[in-house]
Design a protein around this ligand. Structure first.
Ligand SMILES: Cc1cc2nc3c(=O)[nH]c(=O)nc-3n(C[C@H](O)[C@H](O)[C@H](O)COP(=O)(O)O)c2cc1C
Length: 188
């Protein structure tokens, strides 16, 4: 008998293991390639440190990639659960043949440091520069240069992609600030 069975551990196909490590919130990545704006959906993200380093996973099969590679800049926009169909819609068509800002009725807000626009409908936006591309793993490393948060926005729940077409919505927030004090950067 396979190990673990007796303890109630059913075998899970290894191809599904990644769905257990639920990533951070689904984000939108806006780019400007010198001619037009575009936006894509990304669920594979990673925070690299406390300053403002992030990584996203994408590659040349997406239209956005050339803009990321050539302009070395983008905007990370944080959509909330009320935008779920927009988020999935943006991630299931391509800027190659679709003006996604028009199709999904997104409001462009000019950014301060990059040519890609901020997205008015989103809860938060981060202007980023591309600082590294790890081609072997399709990882793009970003440095955040400016961030904006819409405090007045009523809906603040972000969504998390499981990876099988289902999503988890933020739940209640639990406070363990005191326990974690020694691990938190100053001012947080
Ligand atoms: C929920 C969701 C999450 C996605 N996450 C990623 C991702 O992490 N990396 C990626 O390369 N594509 C991801 N995609 C697919 C791209 O968003 C999709 O290929 C999109 O059409 C690319 O747009 P573009 O061709 O205009 O760049 C995701 C799509 C959806 C719907």
């Amino acid at each position: 008998m396979e190990r673990g069975r007796e303890e109630g551990m059913e075998t899970l196909p290894i191809s599904k293991a990644f769905t257990l490590l639920e990533p951070g919130p689904v984000i939108l990545v806006a780019t400007h390639d010198g001619h037009k704006d575009n936006v894509m959906t990304i669920s594979w993200t990673m925070v690299l440190d406390f300053s403002a380093s992030f990584a996203i996973t994408t590659g040349p099969w997406n239209y956005s990639y050339a803009a990321l590679e050539n302009t070395r800049e983008c905007v990370i926009a944080l959509p909330t659960v009320d935008l779920i169909d927009t988020i999935v819609g943006i991630g299931t068509c391509s800027g190659k043949d679709t003006d996604k800002f028009a199709t999904f009725g997104l409001t462009r807000v000019p950014a301060n440091h990059v040519r890609a626009p901020l997205i008015g409908e989103c809860l938060a936006n981060i202007e980023c520069r591309v600082v590294d591309i790890v081609e072997r793993h399709n990882i793009i490393v970003l440095a955040g240069v400016a961030a904006y948060y819409d405090k007045a926005r009523k809906e603040k729940k972000t969504i998390h992609a499981v990876g099988d077409g289902t999503f988890i919505v933020d739940g209640r927030r639990i406070n363990r600030r005191e326990m974690m004090r020694s691990k938190l950067p100053e001012g947080l």
